[in-house]
Write a protein that binds this ligand. Sequence first.
Ligand SMILES: [Zn+2]
Ligand SMILES: [Zn+2]
Length: 262
Amino acid sequence: MYDYHLHSWYSHDSTADPQMIVEQAEKVGLREICFTEHVEFDENGIGLRPMQISEYAECVEKLRKKSDISVRMGVEIGLKDQESFMRAYDLIKDYPIDFIIGSVHWTDEGDAYFPPFFQGRDKEEAYRRYLELAYPRCISSSKYHVLGHFDYPAKKAPYKDRSMCYKIAPDAFDRLFTYLIQNGIGIEINTSVYRTLDEKMWGLDILKRYVQLGGEFVTIGSDAHTPERVGWRIRDAIALAEQAKVRYIATFERKKCILHRI
Ligand SMILES: [Zn+2]
Ligand SMILES: [Zn+2]
């Protein structure tokens, strides 16, 4: 049980005490966690100041020593273009980073989290557009380990059924996955899209296609910004990956990929 997408007060959008995150992870029986604080030089333009990064590194080191579970230091970089990725990468490269998520939050048509992105679009159109707009951002670097939340617009989509499926955009999915696979980058199953414990998980067809194209590993993350959500539906995500015949769940240590057979 690994939760590989967690935010604490080192991210601009969380006030969670990292110590509480670790305690909750221990409580719910996780074996290893990775903090993935935002480093954004996309249109969000927030980043982390160097001072905060050294504080963050020290904090993770302290928590690692104190805890019985493995605690890793990661970042989530907002993908835009090569220049903004390198700005983020330069900021973190001298720190003992274990893991990097590349995520597309902003698109050239706005953040796919906010209502304007969905205006005048039905679900299929909105999701397809997101995947198309995500592609040029994803290919701006190959220095990240997984693509975060490929179903990002589903988080706040205004539709009754927010599920995403492969057939809404086969070409866009294939193009994206092909790039990732060819560059040794995996994908993430992000469980924050599920609001309740009984909401049916989607993505089986998408994961199956990822495997068919040669994808071998995924990471799984709750994207928790508060302690209560740590480990959220991780077990269900493992079951989904298993059902899709994904071979490995990956963890990372100093950017080295460690594969765990599902
Ligand atoms: Zn994100
Ligand atoms: Zn996140």
